[in-house]
Design a protein around this ligand. Sequence first.
Ligand code: GLC
Length: 516
Amino acid sequence: METTPWWRDAVVYEIYVRSFADASGDGTGDLAGIRDRLPYLAELGVDAIWLTPFYPSPMADGGYDVADYRDVDPLFGSLADFDDLVADAHAHGLRLMVDIVPNHSSSAHPWFQKALASPRGSQERERYMFRDGGPEGGGSGHGEPNNWLSTFGGPAWTQVPDGQWYLHLFAPEQPDFNWRNPEVREEFLDVLRFWLDRGVDGFRIDVAMGLIKAEGLPDTDPGFTSRSPIWSRPEVHDIYRDWRRVLDSYPGTRVAIGEVWTDSAEDLALYVRPDELHQSFNFAWLEAPWSATAFRKVIDDTLKAVASPTWVLSNHDVVRHVTRYGQGSLDPGAGLARARAALLAMLALPGSAYLYQGEELGLPEVTDLPPEARQDPIFARSNGEVPGRDGCRVPLPWSGTEPPYGFGSGGSWLPQPADWTDLTAERQAADPSSTLWFYRRVLQTRRELRGTLPDAITWLESPEETLLFQRGRLICVINCGEGAVALPPHDQVLITSGPLDGAALPADTAAWLLTG
Ligand code: GLC
């Protein structure tokens, strides 16, 4: 009998489908490519995979602009490929989660096309957020209904030929749905059932805090605050209560994790009340600098507010943490050493963790992509001022000594750096000191400890800029300071993120120790 539901302490591996592995040879990753690499993932030791959107899409935002919620884009394969992937993943002991994008569709979605072809006030327009402009234009002078800005830059409104405007919190090719309309709600319950019937173990919910906008769409203060007319409106929770009922009606344990950006752990906790989502992403660590003080605050705030925490260091929307942590250090190896140490600290904590493809290879952000190669709409919409997210989306290096490093036979949709030979999975698999081996060892050890550790951690006293906590028999120490520190008393060193200095833990290093 399963005592702890699988998701509570699962390690989930995010697959950014376009960039994982390309079986068809067209330069873009696909479902068959993932299927080929399932043995790699099983050997890595993760419990589940989460696939970013693979649905039919014009790819204005890398597939987060969905034109059909019940199919697979030919770029990525077919529904039959999907079914094969689910079956094979399960045969490899891996659960499979898919991304659901409910805040907006693609402007190519038939519903939006019908809305454009229908008059103001029509049922077709009521599925989206069409409004008449105001004389004030939200202060812009252009007549938009209010002053809301798109997350990708520029106004959140686009005007259609009859003069009305539609809302898009992201790109203009991503019109926001009207979630106060029961038809939209029904449609998504049906979409959930469609994928649950195909055997998925759960959903990652894109922009989960954005679905409901404040009545009357009042102007907002510029900048992101989690309590605004746009984000985390109280009524959004009713939607997830409906979703939870659908998930619970299926055999096994099907789960939902929300992409929720908030200013506080308390706001995050609202999404994971017992009748709502199972989890929400906790981005606090990902947003924290390399600092023991900052990490301690993140851990304390999270554990205080959320019963089933999640931890994340990187994903397809942010600069890879090897690069983030390396910034400001004179030591060229610091970023990777710190990334490995942070993983060890994070995986010692209660809860589940989300890894981003390539972090097990220690991939850095690719910062020098040529402008003409960049595809993130953020880059274009900011006239090249904001580099955007392509640098963390460069296709994975699997093998060989030159691009596309075994990614596929037909190049790669974003160019890979010339110096990634030592980072390939093949090269690292042959080197026990590699980051890949380190990840495998950590995940294996975590599995061995699974079920033997309590949910609570105890802080122990430790030198400045270090953290030391105990969870049952496990002691974790991380050194974010500048010099080596003595290891605390222990019976056994289980695993370290880098070499010890005699009996001391060097800077930028973490260790798991056993006691008792
Ligand atoms: C989420 C996705 C991001 C996408 C956005 C709009 O934040 O993670 O990649 O651009 O939603 O769908």
